[in-house]
Design a protein around this ligand. Structure first.
Ligand code: NOJ
Ligand code: CA
Length: 581
């Protein structure tokens, strides 16, 4: 028996249901497809799945606008199909966590339809309704100057009852009023519904946005969201100071809408709900370590998003990131790392340099699987799927991008300029169908069917599962090998992180130390060979990667090839104090 919980040792794999596997051939992923892909996931070697929303939804925000928290979207299948998927995953030793969208519902949810129907409807107080203000010329104005994070005012006027409702995201995603105990009860019932079916936990969407300032005071930012985005678009990627200043403007703009302290009491309450079920876990969509609470009374994990959001993974950046985050965690809290998800560019495209993309993709995986903490992978990264932006406006499915387009047109950028910006910002680019085979539509759906988003044409050039599984030198096989290696090595799963060579610009070198085992990790992020002097660390017991290397080579002059990866179990030298007298 391990002293660690399953979610500390597991590698998670995010499935985006619409894009992963299409069982019935209608161009939309579904449970039939996911059930058929379970053997694939087992072969790859992941331990747990995070399933993006599978609930009924008008799909205005691709499922993050839920219209029934205890159902299954008909295009994905039935509750029976869901149960079969869960049973199939569990039979293979794969855990499943669901996406729980707490902050808002769809505007088509029966709760909201009732809420908006009249001011005295029993559901009125389930959402955030306010009177408007009257402007200097008698015009109707929203209750305050808050903006929505997905463009425009955070307030939508509803003529039926002559009030405004609040939405942090799209206007089709009204915020729930979490200060109403009935809302809490209803949502905890939904949580229990899935836990009773046997799910292993939840990824909590947008946890920071659940509460807003109860006095609805205006924000005090000089810059609006459109100006911040525009400035971001022209700030050179390397200009850290300008970018940090713009992030500060963003924080000021939304200061009264996110991360209110009340949310922590709510998370404690939710933790008590999931603790009724043994072994369940919560991971929050936030990088704020305050969500760990005291280390055991709020969320089990939050993501180390700064790692994912950096322009380039460099050894100095990763070392600083680890020092800052690991140093700040409360006792007992466990880190969690990821490099990609459905809101972030593909690992291959983001961290590649256009020349050494394959090498950098391998290093990225090696990094995420060897740092201390639970790794989350995103479907398709194992074959090096790339961003695939839409060709024209008709291919956009991400409403946020369409709203950005409208905003850009309003701001006078013209059709071409607006399209350019929307195309750059659309999340559609990283949500395209999984590339299963070298066949029309990458084998995702039949040739005569248009998939819900276009497929990247590089499936015909080796970026597909079937070809890569059959090729010993493929990225997929590298993923499989690294996942196996992590499984075999306790220190990599649970050991402490101990940085070495703290000033090396090109090589990230660290130890993972468990009581019974130590593992040395060397990642060369440069195109130069480096010879490292690491004999003070100890002696090599077993080289884990590259496989086939003999064990007796010398850590005193360890030669690491350009973009090289070296992982070995080592026996440490005793320090003078530890040396037996
Ligand atoms: C975060 C989700 O990851 C994103 O895809 C979604 O648009 C927003 N939350 C709103 O739910
Ligand atoms: Ca389908």
């Amino acid at each position: 028996m391990s002293d660690y919980a399953w979610w500390q040792e597991a590698v998670f794999y995010q499935i985006y249901p619409r894009s992963f596997a299409d069982g019935n051939g209608d161009g939309i992923g579904d449970f039939e497809g996911m059930i058929g892909a379970l053997d694939y996931l087992q072969d790859l070697g992941i331990d747990a799945v995070w399933l993006s929303p599978h609930y009924p939804s008008p799909q205005v925000d691709c499922g993050y606008d839920v219209s029934d928290y205890t159902g299954v979207a008909p295009e994905y299948g039935t509750l029976g199909d869901f149960k079969a998927f869960l049973a199939g995953a569990h039979a293979r030793g794969i855990r499943v966590i669901l996406d729980m969208v707490l902050n808002h519902t769809s505007d088509q949810h029966p709760w909201f339809l009732a809420s908006r129907s009249s001011r005295d409807n029993p559901f009125r107080n389930w959402y955030v309704w306010r009177d408007g203000r009257i402007g200097p010329h008698g015009e109707r104005l929203p209750p305050n100057n808050w903006e929505a994070a997905f463009t425009g005012s955070a307030w939508e006027y509803d003529p039926v009852t002559d009030q405004y409702y609040y939405h942090y995201f799209l206007k089709e995603q009204p915020d729930l009023n979490w200060r109403n105990p009935q809302v809490r009860q209803a949502m905890w019932d939904a949580v229990r519904f899935w836990l009773d079916l046997g799910v292993d936990g939840f990824r909590l969407d947008a946890v920071g946005t659940i509460f807003e300032d109860p006095d609805f005071r205006d924000h005090e930012s000089e810059m609006g969201l459109a100006e911040i985005w525009q400035a971001m678009a022209v700030a050179p990627p390397g200009d850290v100071v300008a970018r940090e200043a713009l992030q500060e403007c963003w924080r000021k703009l939304f200061a009264r809408q996110v991360d209110l302290p009340e949310v922590h009491d709510l998370m404690k309450e939710l933790r008590c709900v999931v603790d009724e079920y043994p072994d369940c876990m919560l991971v929050g969509e936030s990088d704020d370590i305050a969500f760990y609470g005291n280390g055991s009374d709020e969320l089990h994990l939050v993501f180390n998003f700064p790692l994912m959001r950096t322009e380039r993974l460099t050894p100095p950046f990763v070392r600083a990131n680890q020092a800052e985050r690991l140093g700040a965690l409360p006792p007992g809290a466990w880190p969690c790392n990821t490099l990609g998800n459905h809101d972030s560019p593909r690992v291959w495209s983001h961290f590649g340099d256009g020349v050494h993309d394959r090498e950098l993709a391998q290093l990225s995986l090696a990094l995420i699987l060897t740092l201390k903490g639970t790794p989350f992978l995103y479907y398709g990264e194992e074959i090096g799927m790339e961003n695939r932006p839409p060709d024209d406006l008709s291919q956009f499915r991400d409403t946020l991008a369409l709203r950005i387009y409208d905003l850009a047109v309003e701001r006078g950028l013209g059709d071409a300029g607006a399209f350019h910006i929307a195309r750059q910002m659309t999340r559609d680019s990283y949500r395209t169908p999984m590339q299963w085979r070298n066949a029309p539509n990458a084998g995702f759906c039949p040739a005569e069917i248009a998939p819900w988003l276009p497929v990247h044409s590089n499936y015909a050039r080796g970026v597909n599962v079937e070809d890569q599984m059959g090729d010993a030198g493929s990225l997929w096989r590298f993923y499989q090998e690294m996942l196996r290696l992590r499984k075999q090595c306790r220190a990599l799963r649970t050991g402490e992180y101990e940085p070495l060579l703290p000033d090396h610009e090109d090589c990230l070198v660290f130890l993972r130390t468990a009581p019974s085992e130590q593992c040395l990790v060397v990642l060369n992020f440069s195109d130069q060979t480096h010879v490292l002097q690491l004999d003070s660390v100890g002696t090599v017991q077993r080289v884990l990667y590259p496989s086939g290397l003999h064990t007796s080579h010398d850590l005193g002059a360890l030669e690491v090839a350009p973009f090289g990866i070296y992982i070995a179990q080592v026996a440490r030298n005793c320090s003078d104090e530890e040396r037996p007298k």
